[in-house]
Design a protein around this ligand. Sequence first.
Ligand code: NAP
Length: 334
Amino acid sequence: MSTLNNRQFLLARRPTGAASRDDFTFQTVPLAEIAPGQVQVKNEYLSLDPAMRGWMNEGKSYIAPVGLGEVMRALGVGRIIESQHPSFAVGDYVQGVLGVQDYFVGDPKGLHKVDPTLLPLPVYLAALGMTGMSAYFALLEVGQPKPGDTVVISGAAGAVGSVAGQIAKIKGCRVIGIAGGQEKCKTLVEAFGFDGAIDYKNEDLHAALKRECPKGVDLFFDNVGGDVLDAVLTRLAFKARVVICGAISQYNNKEAVKGPANYLSLLVNRARMEGFVVMDHAEHFGKAGREMAGWLAQGKLKSKEHVVEGLETFPETLQMLFNGENHGKLVLKV
Ligand code: NAP
């Protein structure tokens, strides 16, 4: 019998609006025994994602909701502390769905080994994690950027946006980021090499888009939805591509999602708007990861993580994503 305890956040009820601590049960239980074919993982870092809010809702989506009373779903990286599986040894580091808890015990199907001697562990949740894969495939497969294209990215200083913008630069595009606040806008240009930035909280978005995109927008990578999507739709260039990667402005809505009133711009400009789900590209993650690791090593790509300490802070730390308090990939150190 294990002497270790496991702290866990269980989903207690489905939130209305923003998720809060009252929507979870925070419990401490003895660590479950390992069974044949299973592994025990000490979780080191958990990925905090806007999508977590969607996973708390009832109803059909691209993935089943987290059940009431279940451990809240989270991607993470951790270290194997016991193994009864031939492919995993004690001391291996793995990435996968580990849950908002101190330890994961179960079938390692879907866990992948990572090497902490090559890169710090949080990078495997950022540029080399699902975040980086989302930026890579949404931009390159759905967005189809061409050299010289004007690419606009919303949520640009965040995890996916900052990586997507840097990849667009690698591909020879002119990249404009939309982010909240002067500090984030400065980071986009000075640290990530964007060609321009728009502070949507303090500037008139329409006027700023006109200034930064005089020839229109060839590719819009949208993480935000709502008013930002509607504004960019008015600036589309002929044959533009609009990639719907996310719509964080709508995730905490108590009313219906706000749709794009300006969608007829798609008709006028013979443009295309397409949704994206990262898991559709899982088969090609290995190849993309190797290319991204190469760009990181060459200094062409920067991975920025925002690490907050303490599993116990989970509900409040998750909220940082919706308040714009994160600078880069939000990661919880367990
Ligand atoms: P993130 O951008 O690191 O963090 C969220 C950012 O969104 C905040 O920092 C904030 O930045 C901005 N934001 C929050 N509320 C906003 C609002 N009401 N209006 C405008 N901006 C707002 O998060 P991420 O993990 O990289 O995710 C970005 C998007 O990608 C999300 O929509 C997520 O759901 C999506 N995503 C989709 C997939 C997929 O497979 N489709 C996979 C991964 C992620 P500011 O300070 O600039 O406001």
